[in-house]
Design a protein around this ligand. Structure first.
Ligand SMILES: NC(=O)c1ccc[n+]([C@@H]2O[C@H](COP(=O)([O-])OP(=O)(O)OC[C@H]3O[C@@H](n4cnc5c(N)ncnc54)[C@H](O)[C@@H]3O)[C@@H](O)[C@H]2O)c1
Length: 315
């Protein structure tokens, strides 16, 4: 006989995944747009896939793409000075868009209009208008646009959605999410509006927002009160002078969001602050509560064992 405890735990077990055999005779042709830091993760993964061939790459910085493919030992890749010329010249099945945030929308829309599938790095876009235009371009093209939220594939992250969907927490009415770093402001292209567009909010805030909104099925936001600040990024005490002088995005963001279905979302994210974490993620439902520990250096992972709080035998 299955006891009640097993019944509860069994519903969270991973189902067996059927793997279809890979056809290596037909290669999937991929191009990389942007050959900076995150492109390194993409090339490593593509190299492990026997049915994928990286045939082209583009970067705005002269010679950068060529050096990138040399460094990774990938031969015969055709390199281009920008994404448009690559899309014009190549017949591709897909592109990885690994550019800074401000060019996400243009690169994605141009690729979709050429009939090419897109794996786009997070955050999806800088503005809502861009995101809408990208979603429309995807629908019109009949191709796939996938946003690179790799935590979606993490078993712990998937568990959060499973717990919410199982009904263990009952109707959700309040969520607190976000996280942050005590000192963790990136530099390079992340700290200027002309390349990044947004700071901590887009860089790491998008992970925590996706974690909880994906779990509850992305209800529509009805009202938002938002706040951003830049005290650390602009300060020569906490940033190198050459970075402080060009810093013009947010290093902290907070928001109070009313979602459809009577759910409140309380959010805060920091690249830097005088604190270890602004709090764990909590999901409060009428039957139970879930605590998801925040990692010290927020990067879209679960920071420790999650806990569910609920009544047992009426207590
Ligand atoms: N998923 C993750 O864990 C993760 C981690 C780090 C960064 N990212 C995301 O990846 C993106 C890139 O970050 P990065 O650190 O690699 O930045 P980066 O500045 O190192 O590289 C971006 C490159 O894109 C190139 N580029 C920009 N527009 C282009 C265009 N139109 N055509 C061709 N090349 C173009 C730039 O010249 C630059 O070399 C950001 O949006 C960031 O949020 C994701």
């Amino acid at each position: 006989m299955v006891n009640k405890g097993d019944e509860v735990l069994n519903q969270f077990q991973q189902e067996k995944i059927d793997e279809t055999p890979v056809n290596v005779a037909k290669k999937f042709k991929v191009g990389l747009i942007g050959t900076g830091w995150i492109a390194e993760a993409h090339i490593q993964s593509y190299k492990r896939m026997p049915d994928v061939e990286v045939v082209a790459g583009a970067d705005l910085i002269p010679g950068k793409a060529e050096k990138f493919f040399q460094r990774w030992g990938v031969e015969g890749v055709r390199c281009y000075p920008d994404h448009k010329s690559m899309l014009e010249a190549e017949e591709l099945d897909a592109v990885s868009v690994c550019t800074y945030n401000m060019t996400h929308a243009q690169c994605t829309i141009d690729a979709l209009e050429k009939g090419v599938n897109v794996l786009l790095e997070k955050p999806m876009s800088v503005t809502l208008d861009e995101a809408v235009a990208m979603a429309k371009a995807e629908k019109k093209s009949g191709k796939l646009l996938s946003i690179g939220f790799q935590p979606r594939f993490d078993a712990n992250m998937q568990m959060i959605k499973k717990i919410v969907e199982s009904g263990e927490l009952g109707e959700i009415y309040y969520i607190q999410t976000g996280g942050g770093r005590r000192r963790g402001i990136p530099n390079s292209t992340f700290i200027e509006k002309k390349t990044a567009g947004i700071g901590a909010l887009g860089d790491i805030g998008c992970y925590s927002l996706d974690m909880v909104l994906n779990a509850i099925g992305y209800p529509k936001p009805l009202t938002i009160t938002g706040y951003t600040s830049d005290f650390f990024g602009k300060s020569e005490t906490y940033s190198l002078p050459e970075n402080a002088s060009r810093f013009n995005v947010d290093d902290f963001a907070a928001a109070f969001v009313r979602l459809e279905g009577g759910i409140i979302l309380d959010f805060r994210i920091a690249w830097a602050m005088h604190l270890d974490t602004p709090g764990d993620t909590i999901i409060l439902g009428k039957k139970g509560g879930l605590r998801i520990p925040s990692p010290d250096c927020w990067n879209g992972t679960v920071g420790g064992p999650m806990k569910i709080y609920h009544d047992v035998a009426g207590k």
